[in-house]
Design a protein around this ligand. Structure first.
Ligand SMILES: CC(C)(COP(=O)(O)OP(=O)(O)OC[C@H]1O[C@@H](n2cnc3c(N)ncnc32)[C@H](O)[C@@H]1OP(=O)(O)O)[C@@H](O)C(=O)NCCC(=O)NCCS
Length: 187
């Protein structure tokens, strides 16, 4: 398996990545056309987009968007084909993305991971009430991907209560991808 930049001239890359998005997030991108439109956005020159390529097909896709000049980047989107999950493909995609974002000047990479379907203990409650206590005590009965990010060294740095409707928060995770702060930096 190789991790490669998404090649806009390679239809297998473009269509393969779009199909993964539609398959994994039908509520966000219900049609193949929606998937292709999202890939077009991911291919904007300022962004980074990578595919996991195995035996002539895309089995994973990750993107990043510079949101604070070049220092703070949002990881979006991330998907691994259902049949190959749990084999380390997601980890390899994120690690290569981190390397490239750091090379482009990134200090922090962060991701918003929605809980729209009641998968964690942060759903179905008022997250404006005891916010940090609830984050500290988070449970994951539904196999929500925040745990994937924790395993890769990301920390939960906040939530957006009701981002997707009442009791359906977005969970924000971030990781320092540059080395240590320079001497004297306000860290
Ligand atoms: C989340 C996702 C990208 C992970 O990819 P993957 O290739 O299966 O991940 P890896 O095999 O590299 O897993 C790394 C570790 O994270 C754990 N992990 C992965 N997904 C997890 C989940 N949903 N819940 C709990 N743990 C998870 C793995 O068990 C593994 O743990 P280990 O190191 O103890 O063995 C993949 O499951 C996916 O595409 N899911 C659907 C789309 C999605 O939710 N994207 C993220 C949106 S923010």
């Amino acid at each position: 398996m190789d991790i490669l930049p998404l090649d806009p001239t390679n239809w297998s890359h473009v269509a393969g990545a779009a199909a993964l998005l539609v398959e994994a997030f039908p509520h966000s991108w219900p049609t193949p056309g929606d998937g292709l439109e999202e890939i077009e956005c991911c291919l904007e020159p300022s962004r980074i987009a990578l595919v996991a390529w195995e035996e002539g097909r895309v089995v994973g896709f990750v993107g990043a968007i510079p949101q604070y000049g070049v220092t703070g980047w949002e990881l979006h989107p991330l998907v691994v084909a259902e049949g190959v999950r749990g084999r380390g493909v997601g980890t390899r995609l994120v690690r290569e993305l981190e390397r490239r974002v750091a090379e482009a000047g990134g200090l922090t990479l962060y991701a918003g991971s929605d809980d729209e379907f009641g998968r964690t203990s942060l759903s179905g409650c008022d997250l404006f009430d005891r916010t940090w206590e609830r984050i500290r005590d988070i449970q994951n009965p539904g196999g929500h991907p925040y745990e994937f990010y924790l395993k890769l060294g990301y920390a939960i740095v906040g939530v957006i209560p009701d981002a997707n409707g009442w009791g359906k928060p977005d969970i924000w995770l971030a990781r320092r991808i540059a080395g240590s702060p320079p001497e004297g930096a306000p860290a």
